[in-house]
Write a protein that binds this ligand. Structure first.
Ligand code: HEC
Length: 155
């Protein structure tokens, strides 16, 4: 009797876990979409003042450059979590993420690392930079955005 009760409870728990996992999978792709698009918006937000400094539209500051570079680096590291399987364009609505992200995962990751490398270079150099140096960092960082968008983001 007692044994039967436990096996029923165990059965219910297992069913609950399965249902929970299925729900988590659905939620995961929709949440991941919001998560990564939010991070990309934050990335662009952080890059804005750096671009502004290169153009001479934002007052030059080595501290600001270091801060923005570190923030972008942190965002780039967080982005890796934002691409669970099943969240490509064609699988969920509202995304521009190409399915190739999941078939060329090593290359996609390399492009994310390239962004981190470019932001780390700016962070390391800040302190010794002058306004005239910012443009080449903007070009290097911006080049990593473009390289990934060209391959993995739909227009
Ligand atoms: C490793 C690849 C990769 C890199 C590097 C990258 N992006 Fe993206 N970006 C994407 C993908 C993929 C999307 C589409 C996301 C989606 O719609 O699910 C995207 C979307 C965006 C969006 C639109 C977000 C929205 O609200 O829909 C912005 C803005 C953006 N990226 C800015 C940038 C900037 C700025 C950089 C560089 C500083 C950058 N990205 C670097 C892959 C990348």
């Amino acid at each position: 009797m007692r044994k039967a009760f436990f096996s029923i409870v165990a059965g219910l728990c297992a069913a609950g876990i399965v249902a929970g996992a299925a729900m988590a999978a659905d939620m995961k792709t929709d949440d991941a979409l919001k998560y990564r698009q939010g991070l990309f918006k934050a990335l662009a937000w952080q890059f804005g003042p750096v671009v502004g400094m290169a153009k001479g539209e934002v007052p030059f500051s080595n501290e600001q450059l270091a801060l923005r570079a570190d923030n972008m680096d942190a965002i780039a590291k967080m982005l890796a979590d934002g691409f669970p399987k099943g969240s490509a364009d064609g699988e969920i609505a509202g995304t521009k993420a190409k399915p190739e992200i999941w078939t060329n995962q090593a290359d996609f990751t390399a492009k994310l690392v390239a962004l981190q490398t470019a932001t780390a270079a700016l962070s390391a150099a800040s302190g010794t930079l002058t306004q005239g140096d910012v443009g080449k960092h903007v070009a290097a960082i911006g080049g990593t955005c473009k390289a990934c968008h060209d391959s993995y983001r739909n227009r």
